[in-house]
Design a protein around this ligand. Sequence first.
Ligand code: NAD
Length: 360
Amino acid sequence: MNLNIGCIAGDGIGPEIVKEARKVLDKVADKYGHSITYTDILMGGASIDVHGVPLTEEAIALAKASDAVLMGSIGGDTTTSPWYRLEPSKRPEAGLLAIRKALNLFANLRPAVLYEELAGACPLKEEISAKGFDMMIMRELTGGLYFGERKTIEENGVKKAIDTLSYDENEIRRIAVKAFDIAMKRNKKVTSVDKANVLDSSRLWRAVVNEVAKDYPEVTLEHMLVDNCAMQLVKDPAQFDVILTENMFGDILSDEASMVTGSIGMLASASLNDSRFGLYEPSHGSAPDIAGKGIANPIATILSASMMLRYTFDLDKEADAIDRAVKQVLKEGYRTGDIMAEGCTQVGTEKMGDLICEGI
Ligand code: NAD
């Protein structure tokens, strides 16, 4: 298969970690008989430096022409970088919002995995972390409270702010289908999270998810209220496979799940649209404090590349090879500085990429 991949190296540690992810993709392609065409795309601060804006029409066209986009991270030091003296719509992060909109990326996928070898970084009690966990949070990204009508008014001299939470059944259906499709590639369980005891939008959410579930008889569906889910994530995270939820609940729960893993340099993510296209990137930022030092952890980006193989290209065997190699390298005791532990061997960005390639 020929994989047509757009590459946004971005800012800060972005170019360093994307280089390693490409190396790993090349190794997989070589081993399994695929070819890859990369197209470099400028975005964020790197685009501001060349074009004066964080995302150009040309960059959007290049992304659209790709099967998938692999991204490092964008942005600089928000207090010292000149990019942050520009008006908000011209700053690096505006490029990210614009590309998500242009590509209609409505589904955000964030895996939270606790690796046995990194259990020490997990802030939960040992009896909980000992079981490990491997969940995928599927968050609706373009609807709900963050995109509803909002206003601030004054009534009888009292200021009042109003935000609107709305979802139509089509918005719910398309993300539910994605969640069930992904559950079919995993442990076949979906936990749909809502607040159906209070909110109308949640009651519609629940009804539509129940309808979609009928097409997936192999997948177990459960519904959970969001307050209970927040508790269960720290009490018994091993119970989850795919968590499906709306925009704001997902924003909060995915950060909670990430923190429970304890290691930001390990967390991948993907944003998907109606087709097989996806934008794959680490959950962390551009870490300007360590940029250029060769010490950034490339694993989140490498695991994002693995998600790309699995969810855009349906290359499960190849994705498994990357995931297995990452686990193996951790098992052998190699660590970048951010996940370093006693008795382990500390390595830099490039060496970590080399070791994962060897594991493949
Ligand atoms: P950050 O995630 O970049 O860094 C937080 C801390 O984690 C830092 O100490 C950093 O050194 C460390 N860290 C992050 N990734 C690491 C890695 N792979 N290996 C080792 N250590 C790592 O968050 P921040 O400092 O709040 O933001 C920095 C910049 O990144 C800002 O400009 C912000 O807007 C941007 N940002 C971009 C994205 C994105 O591109 N999607 C996401 C979040 C933040």
